[in-house]
Design a binder for this molecule. Sequence first.
Ligand SMILES: NC(=O)c1ccc[n+]([C@@H]2O[C@H](COP(=O)([O-])OP(=O)(O)OC[C@H]3O[C@@H](n4cnc5c(N)ncnc54)[C@H](OP(=O)(O)O)[C@@H]3O)[C@@H](O)[C@H]2O)c1
Length: 306
Amino acid sequence: MAANRKILLNSGTEIPIIGTGAYAPADAEAQSKVKDWLLTALKNDYRHIDTAVLYLTEAAVGQAIRESGIPREEIFVTTKLPWNHHHRVRQSFEESLHRLGLDYIDLYLIHWPGAVFYDPDNFKPLNPDGTFKTTDSVTFNDSWAELEQLLPTGKVKAIGVSNFSIKTLEQLFKTAKITPAVNQVELHPYLLQKDLRDYCKKKGIVLVAYTPSGYSTVRSDPLILELAAKYKATPNQVILAWHMALGTVIVPKSENNERQKENITLPTLGAEDVERITALDRGERLCNKADKHGQVYGWTYEQLGW
Ligand SMILES: NC(=O)c1ccc[n+]([C@@H]2O[C@H](COP(=O)([O-])OP(=O)(O)OC[C@H]3O[C@@H](n4cnc5c(N)ncnc54)[C@H](OP(=O)(O)O)[C@@H]3O)[C@@H](O)[C@H]2O)c1
């Protein structure tokens, strides 16, 4: 099955090509369900879980892993340094380990290149004009140097970044001693990111696709519907199968038993159909896009290099 495929990272460790996302809204009801649907995902053969401090789901990930009875070393766990912890990498990392209840993390990412002002009680501090309160007292070059220091502890197997562009990666390489193993970014048929793909390939950085489905926007594209009928599959399966054809690691999220099974049993698309889906690209972001201030969590597209 496709889910058992693994991709070798430049750290020497392997990442399963399909993982489950572990994002959940912050409200108590949504959070209370997370452990159960992650446990279902593990029963459905997912062996890679993508969480983050900002999702508030690290504790549920740890609980699901323990309750599953699956040996820890068979499950690949990713978590991320939040935007307001760039100045406190070591503490934040230890807090994540503690919440997960794990001895080590497989992959630790800088979630966003921009540093947000630190308020321990508020992940989303705002300026009076409603923009995100950012800080330039610390840069991602500083926090990357701290991530590099985590590797020799053995408590993390690979380090990487998320939401980085060619521009911010070039800036990172000015000081980095270690090349990121992974760059996790939004990728789907409407957002191919061809230049970033080529750049990361050249540098030996594995791309992980978030929002891999492109939501109902891409699921309802006429070509996707046509191919779903052709392959006797669901639209989501066709989209995820396209990622598999390109060799992209994906972290689709579903709370639903049947949809979890769907997302991990994918058809193999013919080369011509893969090309037709690739041609749907229109550079459209569907998950993280500029707010009314023209910013994404305090940074403009120009700063992000998007
Ligand atoms: N690094 C970052 O900044 C970043 C940003 C966004 C997301 N992520 C990660 O990526 C993961 C996935 O991203 P995402 O949730 O934005 O996108 P996604 O996985 O492409 O889409 C999830 C949505 O699709 C639905 N869905 C799942 N399988 C389906 C199927 N087979 N048929 C129809 N609908 C289906 C889900 O509903 P149900 O749950 O009801 O099935 C949910 O509403 C997140 O959980 C998170 O781990 C990272």
